[in-house]
Design a binder for this molecule. Structure first.
Ligand SMILES: [Zn+2]
Length: 292
């Protein structure tokens, strides 16, 4: 089976209260969450997964307090730095149509976009909390170039798309064969590696400290009260990591359980751990001995 490398590409940050995005119990904990999209490389091919964040759309301006973007986070600069000419990209996989994953789709003028049909249908007329997270202006003109999928899809030798609904109706994850096993790009099935705390039952505090940047609240994660909150939230069988931007939390738990069983390497879209992982699997390091 072919093997690939994965590069997380940073497109900016949200300044978020965890009470809004993760769990009411963590209200008041404020953290800057990175917004990643991804480059898959191997066998002379480059494939893009999601397209990051666009601060110019209505959703981009107002949803989840985006932090002003630095020049080196501009998508074109990020792509160039990683050896990508957007015009040469033929295939872009979209995990789901939330605005922080669709922000720069128009940069890829020659690409087809691999999207679940259920996602397009739901997002065309989004309801409730889904409506605030969608920026149709990012992609509505591109629908003729969508390749619509219905369920799991064998994308290429060593790359499979896995239907993983719950966060949105047609959310999908991307399973990629690497030299160190199967890596799964989780999309937003989990925002953070903490979504898989079950995998690291004795390392909650370590995991959270390793994967979360807290810049604007005076939180000591080692303090007893913080430990208790964290254990309450993350120990609850994935239960606490997800907030209002989830269409169907129960379905999302099922999707996470499925992905957890399939993955050797877990890669969510908003975890600061990936700021250090320039190339995966080479740089992947999450309690080495505990990664399966
Ligand atoms: Zn999302």
């Amino acid at each position: 089976m072919k093997e690939y490398k994965i590069k997380p590409l940073l497109s900016g940050f949200f300044h978020m209260d965890w009470g809004n995005v993760c769990a009411p119990l963590l209200g008041g904990y404020v953290a800057d969450l990175p917004i990643f999209f991804f480059l898959i490389e191997g066998n002379g091919e480059q494939i893009i997964v999601d397209t990051g964040f666009n601060p110019e759309t209505t959703a981009g301006k107002f949803v989840f307090n985006p932090v002003p973007r630095k020049p080196d986070e501009e998508p074109l600069a990020v792509l160039k730095r990683n050896g990508v000419d957007p015009d040469s990209i033929k295939k872009v996989i979209i995990t789901h149509l939330h605005h922080d994953h669709t922000g720069n789709m128009k940069l890829f003028k020659n690409a087809h976009f691999y999207v679940q049909e259920a996602e397009l249908l739901e997002t065309t007329w989004p309801v409730g909390t889904q409506a605030i997270g969608v920026a149709k202006e990012d992609w509505i003109d591109l629908v003729p170039r969508f390749r619509l999928l219905n369920g799991d899809f064998h994308f290429a030798d060593g790359i499979d798309l896995i239907l993983a609904p719950g966060h949105t109706a047609g959310h999908q994850a991307v399973m990629i064969n690497t030299s160190k096993g199967k890596a799964i790009l989780l999309g937003d099935a989990a925002y953070l590696l903490g979504g898989f705390a079950k995998r690291f039952p004795n390392r909650f505090a370590d995991l959270i400290q390793k994967t979360v940047s807290v810049k604007h609240a005076s939180i000591d994660f080692t303090a007893e009260s913080a430990q208790k909150d964290i254990a309450n939230v993350f120990g609850a069988r994935f239960g606490g990591l997800f907030g209002p931007c989830i269409l169907n939390p129960g379905q999302n738990v099922q999707s996470l359980n499925k992905l957890d069983l399939m993955a050797d390497i877990l890669l969510p879209s908003h975890d600061v751990a990936m700021l250090k992982w320039k190339v995966i699997p080479d740089d992947y390091d999450l309690f080495d001995e505990e990664v399966r």
